[in-house]
Ligand binder design. Structure first.
Ligand code: ADP
Ligand code: ADP
Length: 222
């Protein structure tokens, strides 16, 4: 799989220009960290990649075809963890994942759910209602739904926000285990999240791409 972003510009209805001439490409396997302060444009870029927003100009190609032509193909190929992810508090972990797998049109859903529950270490919690879970457990449910159906492309928007140090390390281990053969784009404002798990780093600020290289190269520049 490969994804090419060409001269992406995104201006919101209120006139705010959130992305300016963003171009880069990703080929599997590729673990890319997207680093930048609040307001840099990270979430906007991710929303374009998952077709939640359309760019003002420029385009995204998936395996050589424009993204808008491959939406069906994308649905099963994509796992997305949005920044503010709504979990249904009254559902159990299993019920929630069952619901998400129906939305994604996943066949063999039982098997798919069992697999992601195992991958995210939620086996002891699959019957628990989501409202009874800790922050780290809830975040693992968010990751589990993204992993449903074994998508080739994973988009994680600030998955480590609100995690304590131990949960942060658990997340990095989980990420390294599940992501190695995929294209993953992970946004954060914490460079340590990226250093430990990503082989590529993209830095954004005020809608522009400032750096594209390895984490080591960036540290060498500092
Ligand atoms: P982020 O941390 O990614 O910048 P925010 O907390 O700023 O996200 O935004 C939360 C939600 O509000 C998002 O869906 C975002 O698209 C939207 N939003 C952010 N800024 C504005 C704005 N200036 N006008 C309208 N909606 C906004
Ligand atoms: P990040 O994820 O890096 O924090 P965002 O992509 O959320 O950045 O936001 C980039 C810029 O676009 C910010 O100035 C934000 O306030 C603005 N923005 C985000 N969503 C909206 C929206 N729906 N309407 C207007 N402005 C928005």
């Amino acid at each position: 799989m490969n994804i090419t972003l060409t001269d992406l510009n995104m201006t919101y209805a209120n006139g705010k220009q959130a992305l300016r001439n963003i171009s880069f490409d990703m080929q599997s396997p590729n673990l890319t960290g997207l680093l930048g302060p609040n307001g840099a444009g990270k979430s906007t870029l991710m929303k374009l990649l998952v077709s939640e927003l359309l760019p003002t100009s420029g385009g995204i190609q998936l395996n050589g075809s424009p993204l808008n032509k491959v939406e069906k193909q994308l649905k099963s190929a994509l796992g997305y963890l949005p920044q503010s992810f709504g979990l249904y508090d009254e559902l159990t972990v299993w019920q929630f994942l069952d619901y998400m797998s129906a939305l994604k049109g996943i066949k063999n859903s039982k098997e798919a759910i069992r697999k992601v529950i195992e991958e995210t270490n939620l086996t002891a919690k699959y019957k628990a209602r989501i409202r009874t879970l800790s922050g780290g457990q809830r975040q693992r449910v968010g990751i589990a739904q993204a992993l449903l159906g074994n998508p080739e492309l994973l988009i994680f928007d600030e998955p480590t926000v609100g995690l304590d140090p131990e949960e942060r390390i658990n997340f990095r281990n989980l990420f390294s285990r599940t992501a190695e053969d995929k294209i993953v784009l992970l946004s954060t404002h914490i460079i340590e999240d990226i250093q430990s798990v990503c082989n590529r780093l993209i830095v954004m600020n005020e809608g522009r791409l400032l750096f594209d290289g390895t984490p080591e190269e960036l540290i060498g520049l500092a």
